[in-house]
Ligand binder design. Structure first.
Ligand code: PMP
Ligand code: PLP
Length: 487
C-alpha cells in the first residue's frame, strides 16, 4: 500500500523563514556535470589548485567488528582479536577534487544514500516524502530548526532538565521554554497533557517540543515505548512538532542487574540488539511532525562535526535554505573520511559498531553502579539511578536527612557547597541546577520534580577508566558520608 505524504507545517514558520527564498544560484549545480555545457556558472576554484593530492586514513577493519564481545577499551579489543585490525584507505586526487569542491548544502549524494539506508534499517517510516540532510552536528541543526520555526516571543517545550546549549540557543533567540515535568523515567505524559490542557500563558501554544528521549542529558533516563506513544498522541492533539535529539539512541543497554552472578552477558545478536531498541518518535510519526537529529559525535568522534536530520521534504526545504547560507554544507574533509569508513564497514558493519559501543558503555555503567552501591551511604539520604542508555548517571540527595539542615538557606546553597566539597575531595560532578531553564525559580518554588530539599548531580562514565570509576565512586561516597556525619 502506498504511504501517505506528509502534512505541511508551513503555518508554523518563523517570519525569517517565510522571507528566505531558495537561492537561484543553487539551481546551477544540476548542470555542472553535463559535459556538453561549458560551465561558466559558479566561482568554483579549480581542483588543480587544491594543495592536497592524497589523503590516507586508517581505521578499524570490518573484521574487528565481527569479533565477540569487547572486554574494556576498544584498542585492547582490536589488538586481541586480529593481527592487523586496521584498514588503510587512500583517497586520490580524483576523489579529493570532488570531495573538496563546493557541493550540495544537504551533503554529498553518496553519503546521504548510506544514511538513508541506515535510517530504513532502524526506523519505520510511515509517510512517503521523508528525507535526510547532513548537518554539522546536532548543536547546529537545532539552532537552524529554531530559526526556521520560531520568532521572538514564541514558546517551545523542553524537559525540566535538559542540555544547556540547546536551552540557551532558544533563550538567546527570545523563545520561551516551558519545562515539562519528568521523573526517573523521563517526561511524564499525564503532566504534559495537564500542562497543555491548562495552558494559561498569554502566549500561543508551543510550536516545538525539544526532547532527548534516550539516555537523556542530564538525567540519563530513557522513555518507554508507552510514554513515547502517549507523548506523540498529545503532540498530535495540540499540533506540536517533536524534535527528537538522539545522540545516545544507539547506546541503549540491558538494565542494570545488581547481582553479578545474574548478569547473563552473552554475545548479542544483531536481531536482539535491534529488537531491544526503543521505538524512535520517527517510527511513530505518521505525518512528518517529527524531526529527528542524529549525531556522529558520540558514535565516531565529536570533531567530525557531522550528523544528519531526518524530516519531511517539506521541512527539509526550509532547513536547507538556511543551511545553505550559514555553514553552506558540512566539511568536505569530514564527509569524505566518514564515507570511506562507512563504505568499508557497510550497513552491517556500522550496525555492529553501534552494538559493540553499547556493550562497551554497558560495561562501564555496570562498574560505576557496582562501585556506587558499595560506597554510597546507605539509607534515603542518597539515591542513584542506573541508566539504560547513554553515558550519564545521576546521584540524588535528599537534604532533609542532613543533621541541622536549614531550609531557609535554600537547596542551591547546599548544592554549591557540595559541588566544591566534591572538588576538594578530587571528584567532579555537575550540579543538576545547571541543566534547568531557570534554576533560581526551580529551587525556590516547590516543583513536582525538584522539591526544595532535593538536589542531584550528573556524572558521566564515558571517558573514565574502570579504576577511576571505582575510585571516583569511593570519593563521592566518602564525601557524602562526611557530610552526613558532620554537617
Ligand atoms: N562571499 C562571496 C563574495 C563569495 O563569492 C563566496 C563564494 N562564492 C562566499 C562568500 C562563500 O564563501 P564560503 O565558501 O567561505 O562560505
Ligand atoms: N544534544 C545532546 C542531548 C547532547 O548531550 C550533546 C552532547 O553532549 C549534543 C546535542 C551535542 O551534539 P553535537 O556534537 O552533534 O553538536
Amino acid at each position: 500500500m502506498a504511504l501517505p505524504s506528509s502534512k505541511s507545517f508551513d503555518n508554523k514558520l518563523s517570519l525569517e523563514s517565510r522571507c528566505r527564498k531558495t537561492s537561484l544560484l543553487e539551481t546551477l549545480n544540476q548542470h555542472f556535470d553535463n559535459e556538453k555545457i561549458i560551465f561558466f556558472g559558479s566561482g568554483l576554484p579549480s581542483p588543480d589548485l587544491f594543495p592536497w593530492k592524497e589523503l590516507k586514513s586508517k581505521f578499524y577493519s570490518k573484521s574487528v567488528l565481527n569479533t565477540s564481545k569487547p572486554e574494556a577499551a576498544i584498542d585492547d579489543w582490536a589488538t586481541k582479536t586480529n593481527s592487523n585490525p586496521f584498514v588503510e584507505v587512500h583517497s586520490d586526487a580524483k576523489a579529493l577534487s570532488a570531495g573538496l569542491q563546493y557541493g550540495n548544502a544537504g551533503g554529498r549524494g553518496d553519503f546521504l544514500e548510506f544514511v538513508k539506508e541506515h535510517v530504513k534499517l532502524f526506523h519505520e517510516l510511515n509517510y512517503s516524502d521523508w528525507g535526510v540532510a547532513a548537518t554539522a552536528g546536532t548543536t547546529q541543526a537545532w539552532e537552524t530548526i529554531l530559526r526556521i520555526f520560531c520568532d521572538r516571543g514564541d514558546s517551545i517545550l523542553a524537559e525540566t532538565f535538559s542540555y544547556p546549549p540547546s536551552l540557551s540557543t532558544a533563550q538567546s533567540q527570545g523563545v520561551h521554554i516551558h519545562p515539562v515535568p519528568m521523573d526517573e523515567n523521563g517526561v511524564i505524559p499525564q503532566k504534559l497533557q495537564h500542562m497543555l490542557e491548562n495552558w494559561q500563558h498569554q502566549r500561543k501554544l508551543p510550536k516545538l517540543f525539544y526532547i532527548i528521549p534516550t539516555g537523556q542529558n542530564p538525567t540519563g533516563s530513557t522513555l518507554s515505548n508507552e510514554r513515547r506513544k502517549a507523548i506523540y498522541k498529545i503532540a498530535e492533539e495540540y499540533d506540536i512538532l517533536i524534535v527528537e535529539d538522539e545522540p545516545y539512541y544507539f547506546l541503549q543497554m540491558e538494565s542494570y542487574i545488581k547481582a553479578k552472578s545474574n548478569r547473563k552477558r552473552h554475545d548479542q545478536l544483531m536481531s536482539e540488539y535491534k529488537r531491544s531498541l526503543k521505538k524512535s518518535f520517527l517510527s511513530l510519526d505518521v505525518s512528518g511532525r517529527v524531526i529527528r537529529l542524529d549525531s556522529l559525535s558520540k558514535i565516531l568522534a565529536p570533531a567530525c562535526r557531522l550528523g544528519w536530520i531526518v524530516a519531511s521534504e517539506k521541512i527539509l526545504l526550509h532547513y536547507l535554505n538556511l543551511q545553505a547560507v550559514s555553514i553552506q554544507a558540512p566539511s568536505g574533509f569530514s564527509q569524505m573520511m566518514v564515507l570511506e569508513l562507512f563504505k568499508r564497514w557497510g550497513q552491517d558493519g556500522y550496525a555492529r559498531w553501534l552494538m559493540q559501543l553499547s556493550g562497551i558503555y554497558r560495561n562501564s555503567r555496570d562498574v560505576v553502579c557496582d562501585a556506587l552501591i558499595e560506597r554510597l551511604p546507605s539509607g534515603n539520604f542518597v539515591q542513584f539511578t542506573a541508566p539504560t542508555a547513554g553515558m550519564f548517571f545521576t546521584i540524588h540527595i535528599n537534604l532533609s536527612y542532613l543533621p541541622h539542615f536549614d531550609p531557609e538557606l535554600g537547596a542551591k546553597t547546599y548544592e554549591d557547597r557540595l559541588y566544591n566539597k566534591f572538588l576538594e575531595d578530587g571528584v567532579l560532578l555537575v550540579p543538576g541546577s545547571w541543566f534547568t531553564c531557570s534554576p533560581d525559580v526551580l529551587y525556590e518554588e516547590k516543583k513536582d520534580t525538584f522539591q526544595s530539599c532535593q538536589i542531584f548531580f550528573r556524572g558521566s562514565f564515558a571517558t573514565v577508566s574502570f579504576h577511576q570509576l571505582e575510585e571516583g565512586a569511593k570519593r563521592i561516597g566518602d564525601c557524602l558520608g562526611k557530610m552526613l556525619n558532620t554537617a
